[in-house]
Ligand binder design. Sequence first.
Ligand SMILES: *Cc1c(COP(=O)(O)O)cnc(C)c1O
Length: 231
Amino acid sequence: MVTENLKEVRKKIEEACRTAGRDPDEVTLIAVSKTKPVSLLQEAYDAGARCFGENKVQEIMDKYPQLPSDIQWHMIGHLQRNKVKYIVDKAALIHSVDSLRLAQTIEEEAAKHNIRVPILIEVNVAEEETKFGLKTEEVLPLVQAVSAFPHVEIRGLMTIAPYVNDPEDNRGIFRELKKLSVDIAAKNINNVTMSVLSMGMTGDYEVAVQEGATMVRVGTGIFGERDYLRK
Ligand SMILES: *Cc1c(COP(=O)(O)O)cnc(C)c1O
């Protein structure tokens, strides 16, 4: 099932790219594998998936040694500062940086390993109270502060759009995040690029791609519904 689902999602990404006049190579599909057993991740890997998204540090730690080493692990969930040390050298990209203190901790842990850690800034575009992320107007000041960190590299922005029945309802949110990234890119801040726009999930990734997403995070659409009780 995972293999067919992956094929279907890839096809829909290609179609959305065609609609928007974009090159499908610009869009990276992140298979969001949280709560799913390694056997299903292996199936996705065998079908060509190399980028996996997890929202818990412990789950990355568990799965990391059990799967091929060329997998890129994306940390997409809220990250506690005391857990940064466990994944700083394992995550290909941390999507969920939403405070200077968290960025500071990543800087300190990255320095210990003498590595540069790529991150995205999480933006709560819709200003939902239940979600993490910065308000739009808070993003530039944080980007400017973090740009001074030698072991952290801002690559772009991420948002989790509201849960909606009609994906069109999120088009404005995706457009707003894209605009913010273009505005920040125009400032040519040292050590900062806005090459990544991480937006779109199972319910709305096609709209996100049409609006400029370079990474879409798809879980249910690939692995099926999550059973949180089993975990
Ligand atoms: C779980 C999760 C996803 C995937 O959600 P689906 O609706 O299952 O595609 C994407 N992004 C984040 C941050 C998530 O936590």
